[in-house]
Design a protein around this ligand. Structure first.
Ligand SMILES: C[S@@+](CC[C@H](N)C(=O)[O-])C[C@H]1O[C@@H](n2cnc3c(N)ncnc32)[C@H](O)[C@@H]1O
Length: 286
């Protein structure tokens, strides 16, 4: 399936989801842990990728005045500018960040699995662009769906019914539930055929937004390899589960929050030197 088709499906869903993201305002435990993990970001330039309706704008702005939020959906950018007129928001696509020079930001965040909305090829483009515009020593914080999760293995998930003893509320909720069930069924019939499953990653017609999305799932092991191929050093990756705990032996949580640091010149040099020294010390390589 072409990346154009995925964009068409996911962007259309995002255009209709401003309200869905507007009511959310607190950071998640994983986001709090990830932000705490980054040292010395105070006062340094921050880029909020896929800013949505601006949930992360205020907490990131508290770290630095040099804040920019971008989103590829115009309506999201307009909503952010309306809510926070004092902050800077621009329309932009994470796959092409050519409006920003190399080494421009110390902290770049792509929260709530936003990076999972593009296909494999475009995801690599995003990682390379982020690496290019990060300052040496700066960090990229992002969450992404976990291919080792129970959610990934479930074939079909029914929306949860929110029961109430209040008859009027129960009536309204029943109507809403029925309508969501119909929407989910119709979307599933339309979009399931676009799923992609490979050992490295999958694009799944996910339960999110009543099955009106195609979302990227990847295991922790493959995510670390993918980051390395985009230029990030595997040793500097930290991963957090949904409760904000650092992951040591894998997790079955639906989503993982990663913090990955761009190497400084010295750290890259010393890594090359160590690798060369190790190679020389190995029998038969001298
Ligand atoms: C799941 S929402 C999260 C919104 C917000 N970051 C939050 O945490 O509340 C993902 C957002 O990423 C945006 N997005 C997805 N792919 C993008 C891309 N390639 N470039 C810029 N924004 C993108 C979507 O439009 C959407 O607003």
């Amino acid at each position: 399936m072409s990346s154009k088709k995925i964009d068409q499906i996911n962007k259309k869903t995002m255009q209709k989801s401003i309200g869905h993201y507007s009511w959310k305002d607190a950071l998640t435990p994983a986001e709090i842990a990830a932000i705490r993990h980054v040292e010395d970001a105070q006062g340094k330039p921050i880029l909020d990728l896929g800013v949505g309706a601006g949930r992360t704008a205020v907490p990131l702005r508290e770290i630095s005045d040099e804040y920019i939020g971008i989103d590829y959906v115009h309506e999201m950018v307009e909503e952010c500018s309306r809510k926070f007129p004092e902050l800077r928001f621009e329309h932009g696509d994470a796959r092409d960040l050519s409006q920003f020079e190399d080494n421009s930001f110390y902290l770049i965040m792509f929260s709530m699995n936003g990076i999972s909305m593009v296909d494999h090829h475009d995801r690599i483009k995003i990682l390379k662009e982020v690496h290019r515009i990060l300052m040496p020593g700066g960090s990229f914080l992002f969450s992404t769906y976990n291919q080792d999760s129970d959610e990934y293995k479930k074939l079909l998930v029914l929306p949860e019914f929110d029961f109430s003893w209040n008859p009027l509320r129960l009536f309204v909720r029943s109507i809403r539930y029925g309508s969501n069930l119909v929407k989910s069924g119709l979307n599933r019939c339309r979009f399931k055929k676009y799923e992609i499953h490979t050992p490295e990653y999958s694009m799944v017609n996910d339960v999110c937004h009543n099955y009106a999305t195609l979302l990227y799932y990847i295991s922790q092991e493959n995510q670390i390899k993918q980051l390395a191929s985009a230029g990030f050093d595997g040793e500097s990756v930290a991963a957090f589960d949904l409760s904000g705990e650092k992951i040591k032996d894998g997790t079955k949580d639906g989503s993982i929050f990663y913090v990955v640091k761009k190497g400084t010149e010295e750290s890259v040099e010393s890594r090359c030197w160590n690798t060369a020294a190790l190679a020389e010390s190995m029998p038969g390589t001298g």
